[in-house]
Each structure stands twice: as C-alpha cells, then as structure tokens.
Design a binder for this molecule. Structure first.
Ligand SMILES: Cc1cc2nc3c(=O)[nH]c(=O)nc-3n(C[C@H](O)[C@H](O)[C@H](O)COP(=O)(O)OP(=O)(O)OC[C@H]3O[C@@H](n4cnc5c(N)ncnc54)[C@H](O)[C@@H]3O)c2cc1C
Length: 370
C-alpha cells in the first residue's frame, strides 16, 4: 500500500521502519526541519523491549543506553538534601534509558529505502474518497494515499482533521512541564545525582546524562489558553511562574531564555473512544498520550507501531479489520499506562508548604539503603 505517516517522532519513525520492511511504500512528513532530539531521555520498557528486538534494533538501542544520574534528591533552598525518592518508585532494572536524539537516529538510520522522510512538511487537508485519501500539504502540493496514519503527537493534526478538536479528547492533569538544555551545567558537579527543589506548586530540577545537562521546570496550573507552538509564549509562562524563586531557578530560567528548542507542554492525557476511522488511524501520543508522569509514551509508541504493521500484514487489503485488531492489542497497554499516573503529580509538585513537608516525610534519608 501507499501509506502516509504524519510525524517523525518515535511512533512515526517506528511505523516507517515496520511498514517499509513489510513492503509498503511509506512517506513520512515531519513538521520540524530536523528530527527532534530535545527533551529528557526516554525509556524503552516492558514489551517494547521485545518489539525493539523484533525490529532488529535492540542491540543498537542497548549500545546507546545511558544511566541518567542515579538518584533523585529533593533539596532545600540551600541545596541541602532533604531526602530521596523511595526505591519502589524507580524503574525496573530491565528498562533501557536512552537519549531522545539517539533513539530518533537509530530509527531513522533503520528506515528502508521504500520510506521517504520529508522534513519541514505537514498535512493541511484530507479528503477521503472510495479508493484513497487526497492529502493537501502545507508546501502546496496534493497527493493520494491508500492510508493516512497520524503519529504527530499529543497535538496531532490528523486527529484534529479526522476526529475533531483537541479539547474533546484531552484530559489536563493540572501541570505544565518544561525541559531546557543547560550547557553550562554539564560538568558542574562530580556527584551524579538529580537535585530537585520544590516551592508550593512548583518543581525545579537539574539532571545530567552523556555530556549534557537539562533543567526541568513543572508548575501546577489549570489549563492555560496559549498557542502551544509559540515558544516565546511558553517562555513567558515559565517566567511568570518562576521569576524571583530561589535555589538554582535563576540559572534554569537563563537556560530557558537561551534555548531555541525548549520542550514545553501541558501534562495531559488523550482519551479517544476509537483510534481509527475509514482510511485513517492514530498511533502513539496522537492516539493515547499517557503523559510524562507515566514514563511509558515511547514504549507505547513502539508497541503500537508494530501491532499496526503486523495487523496490516495479516489482513491484506482489509485495513478496517487490521485497524480494529491493532486497537484491540494496544488498548490494554494504554489503559495500564494511563492508569499509573494517579498521585504522581502531587508527589512531585505539592501545592502548599504543608504538603511539601508531608511529602518529605515519605522520602528516604539520603545515604540510607539502596
Ligand atoms: C521535541 C519533543 C520533546 C519531548 N520531550 C519529552 C520529555 O522531556 N518528556 C516526556 O515525557 N515526553 C516528551 N516528549 C513526548 C514523547 O516523545 C512522547 O510521549 C513519546 O515518545 C511518544 O512519541 P510520539 O512519536 O507518539 O509523539 P512525539 O514524540 O510527540 O512525536 C510527534 C512528532 O510529530 C511531529 N508533528 C507534530 N505535528 C505535526 C504535524 N502537523 N505535521 C507533521 N509532523 C508533526 C512533531 O514535531 C514530532 O516530531 C517530547 C516530544 C517532543 C516532540
């Protein structure tokens, strides 16, 4: 089949690989003009490890494995540790942590020649016909495809065009998150810990991996009306919430100011009653974002892409059956992942001084066990 994939994140690149290897002709359009590697490292975990194995990419992914600084230490305003997260909150030892740019590179390098990756391109319009979908592109052209797959993230354009506005499907979890590169902090401390600092309704942190450091900011907030693609608007929201705060927040705000590729988004989930309609299907965050609190978005993208490619192979031209089977296999993973987030926000970003103090009671003393 001649298949269009919107988005070249983990879901889109995996679809490209999985579909291309099965003989489909695939075009991936990515709105950004390069593959996006910013943000925090990501985890390949659970059954996604077997998926990577089936893709033939597990050893490359393992070779690029990082261990982001081992422990999260909550600190006070002076940087003195007040405790660390209990051990049972951590990851499984089987999880593979990898920088986003490395996973994107591994997936892109593995695209077969039948896959065309068009950077700086996006879908503007879609019209479903009996035998194809006519797609209009932002660059002006128009082409017909057998299937159109939306792998374009939480703010998916395919979802908007086919299933309606984002506000119908998004569940805001009461937080916003930002990640900025902090080149100046990369080697700043020999001790490999992640310091995190809270003030009421706010979290700031610094983490190091490879030769990089990133600053993390989270704040509690009801949904804010802003253009989610406007980086200056995102930065202003962060300044509004964090200016005048203590610890290393001024340095993190400097990093925010200087970073043209800041990652900023609401901490939200996407819930849709179905992920396919006609010749369209959604994969990854576009279908079922579980939020950064779940830590499973990348693994869900990998499993979903593979299930969809396998089911299309199994069902031949009967894409409707393939879409339904893909959804039946992927739903249990999504429901589990989306269900893991309860309480995570309150633990990381307590709303008041009292709540910070009670959360701190749950922490383990630094230097004790594990
Ligand atoms: C730059 C970036 C940084 C991130 N950082 C973090 C992080 O620090 N922590 C975290 O938990 N999660 C982060 N995420 C989300 C995380 O990557 C996903 O949850 C997970 O990897 C699932 O991936 P996905 O491919 O479904 O979606 P995404 O990773 O969101 O990828 C979607 C891709 O589609 C592209 N796209 C969007 N709209 C269009 C369009 N209209 N046309 C064409 N292409 C489009 C985007 O540029 C992106 O490359 C980040 C996502 C991005 C894009």
């Amino acid at each position: 089949m001649n298949i269009l994939v919107s988005g070249a994140g983990v879901a889109g690149l995996s679809l490209g690989r999985d579909l291309g290897m099965r003989g489909h002709s695939v075009t991936i359009v990515e709105r950004a003009d390069q593959l996006r590697g910013n943000g925090s490292p990501i985890d390949v975990r659970g059954d996604a490890i077997d998926v990577a194995q089936k893709m033939g990419l597990l050893s490359a992914i393992r070779d690029a494995r990082i261990r982001m600084t081992e422990q999260v230490h909550f600190v006070d305003e002076n940087g003195t540790a007040v405790g660390r997260l209990p051990d049972d909150i951590g990851d499984s030892p089987d999880d593979i942590e990898i920088a986003r740019e490395d996973l994107a590179r591994i997936l892109a390098d593995a695209l077969p020649v039948t896959v065309a990756l068009r950077l700086g391109e996006s879908i503007e319009s879609v019209a479903e016909r009996d035998d194809r979908v006519d797609v209009g592109f932002a660059s002006g052209g128009s082409e017909g495809f057998d299937l159109v797959l939306g792998a374009d993230g939480m703010h998916s354009a395919v979802r908007r065009l086919v299933f309606g506005p984002e506000q119908n499907w998004i569940r805001h979890l009461g937080l916003y998150v930002a990640i900025a590169d902090m080149p100046g902090e990369a080697d700043a401390e020999a001790e490999r810990i992640n310091p995190m600092y809270n003030s009421p309704g706010l979290l700031a942190g610094i983490a190091r991996f490879k030769d990089r450091a990133i600053g993390l900011l989270m704040f509690l907030s009801d949904p804010v009306d802003y253009d989610y693609r406007d980086v200056e608007a995102q930065k202003n929201l962060l300044f509004d919430h964090f200016e005048g705060c203590g610890w290393k927040i001024p340095a993190i705000l400097d990093a925010v100011r200087a970073d043209p590729h800041l990652y900023f988004d609401s901490v939200s989930q996407i819930h849709l009653p179905t992920w396919h309609r006609g010749r369209f299907a959604l994969v990854g965050d576009a279908a079922h974002c579980a939020s950064p609190l779940a830590g499973r978005g990348t693994s869900l993208a990998l499993t979903g892409a593979q299930f969809l490619a396998e089911e299309l192979e199994r069902s031949g031209d009967d894409y409707a059956t393939a879409f339904a089977r893909y959804e039946a296999r992927q739903r249990p993973y999504v429901e589990f992942a989306q269900g893991t987030v309860a309480g995570g926000g309150a633990l990381l970003v307590p709303p008041t001084r009292e709540a910070i103090a009670s959360r701190n009671q749950l922490l383990q003393p630094v230097g004790a066990g594990g």
